[in-house]
Design a protein around this ligand. Structure first.
Ligand SMILES: Cc1cc2nc3c(=O)[nH]c(=O)nc-3n(C[C@H](O)[C@H](O)[C@H](O)COP(=O)(O)OP(=O)(O)OC[C@H]3O[C@@H](n4cnc5c(N)ncnc54)[C@H](O)[C@@H]3O)c2cc1C
Length: 423
């Protein structure tokens, strides 16, 4: 078994994507080359701004090439909670925005000719307990009545067999509008599109600090300094205290994935007859799907830590996978890897401007479509084409515990585990 990322091994980054030298001056410096940073860079180039995208690792090497490739409807926080918390008008706006985010990915993939296996396969949320089915039914009624959304339906245990080859669940909630893609192909395709449009992509350059100047910022990096009129921090789960207030809002948590070797076609069909993506109804959930080449991809969190041993992780993850699919007990695991999510205290993405620096992040494991669309909107804000984003309308959720993540994350994970036992 390899402890490398299957997606980028199957599709390595194209050669000559990034420049090695830092420009001296630029209109906008984007820190981070994932979906947020690259979508912003494309929007900025469309508006005519000069842009440098600075990446401490290789282009797209953060969560954007490591994730499950599930562009699902909604946001991480439940829509009903958003209605209660922010009111009906903003709640409606968040829902419509989340649908538009998937459409944005679909359109970008078509416009930039990114061959990333984008398909509206839909997803099923799987009930781990009988009472979760009742919750699903309530949720489907609420979506119909409040959001006029008919595309959400409940399947009972018997009907579930048409969706998944597993007896581990009591029912499911199907949403056909979510999309699957190959995440590395998508992020490398975005990078090629940004470069084609004239953005300068510089990799293996870490931004160490920012100094405010009269007309912008000086970025001190491991490759020298760069002057930029505007800066966008697009570092999500890899955020450091480059700007302390951003780090107080977005903190890292680990997510882990394994894939099996390619499965015989009949087995693939029996595991996921409609090619859907899946996640379960726990707080500490597992997500899984078939890859375009027919492997089972199975992911989840362990204890929110970012540095669990990948062999140990594979062992735990495989046991969970076999509980769901006993048919896979003898199938070898070929890859185990991890990546960092950006969490926030209120489970909402945050975006805006602090101390003159623009930022967006905090997608909480729900960022394939959300990071893409918010990245584009942040590019448009910086280019002066829009005044703000929806996410700038919610109060910042900064926490004072920056140095205490190591204490905070275990507390959060035990809380989620307790909730999973009790509810
Ligand atoms: C294992 C895993 C599975 C996931 N599965 C899903 C899924 O199925 N569906 C879904 O919607 N979401 C999923 N997510 C979340 C999704 O991948 C992220 O929300 C999304 O990729 C965030 O994109 P981003 O551009 O904001 O950040 P990233 O892609 O993480 O990019 C941030 C970049 O910033 C760089 N950086 C940080 N600091 C500096 C610095 N000082 N100087 C230069 N560069 C810097 C990092 O190296 C990194 O490459 C998953 C995440 C993980 C880790």
């Amino acid at each position: 078994m390899k402890t490398t990322v299957f997606w980028s091994e199957a599709y390595p980054p194209p050669a000559n994507l990034a420049a090695s030298d830092l420009p001296e001056t630029v209109d906008v410096a984007v820190v981070g080359s994932g979906y947020t940073g690259l979508n912003a860079a494309i929007a900025l180039r469309k508006a005519g701004a000069s842009v440098a995208v600075l990446e401490q690792a290789t282009i797209g090497g953060g969560a954007s090439s490591r994730n499950g490739g599930m562009a699902t409807t909604g946001l991480k926080e439940e829509m009903r909670t958003l209605f209660r918390r922010y009111g009906a008008e903003l709640g409606q706006a968040f829902w419509q925005w989340s649908l538009a985010a998937i459409t944005h990915v679909e359109q970008t993939v078509a416009e930039e000719e990114i061959a990333c296996d984008f398909v509206r396969s839909g997803h099923v949320t799987l009930a781990c307990k009988p009472q979760h089915c009742e919750r699903f039914a309530e949720e489907a009624r609420w979506f119909q009545a409040t959001l006029n959304y008919d595309d959400l339906w409940v399947v009972d245990r018997a009907q579930l067999q048409a969706e998944i080859g597993s007896n581990a669940y009591y029912g499911g909630l199907v949403d056909p509008n979510s999309a699957a893609l190959q995440p590395a192909r998508y992020v490398f395709g975005l990078a090629q599109a940004a470069a084609r449009r004239g953005a300068q992509l510089v990799e293996e350059v870490r931004v160490r600090s920012l100094a405010r100047m009269r007309l912008g910022f000086r970025l001190n990096t491991t490759k020298g300094s760069l002057l930029a009129r505007e800066v966008l921090i697009a570092t999500n789960g890899y955020t450091t205290p480059l700007v302390k207030a951003v780090r107080q809002e977005i903190f890292p948590a680990g997510s882990y994935i394994i894939v099996t070797q390619p499965l015989p076609i009949e087995l693939q069909r029996s595991l996921s007859p409609r090619g859907r993506m899946f996640f379960d109804s726990k707080h500490f959930l597992n997500y899984f799907r078939l890859t375009p080449d027919g492997r089972m991809l199975f992911g989840g969190r362990h204890d929110l830590s970012t540095s669990l041993d990948l062999v140990e992780s594979a062992d735990k993850m495989q046991r969970r996978m076999v509980e769901v699919f006993p048919q896979l007990a003898e199938i070898p695991i070929t890859h185990s890897w991890n990546g960092k999510l950006g969490l926030t205290v209120d489970r909402m993405p945050h975006a805006g401007r602090v101390q003159g620096v623009h930022y967006a992040g905090g997608y909480a494991g729900h960022g394939v479509a959300v990071a893409s669309y918010l990245g584009r909107e942040m590019g448009e804000v910086i280019a002066g084409q829009r005044t703000s984003t929806l996410f700038a309308q919610i109060p910042p959720a900064r926490h004072p515990w920056v140095p205490y993540d190591r204490l905070y994350l275990p507390l959060v994970s035990s809380w989620f585990r307790t909730l999973d036992r009790l509810t």
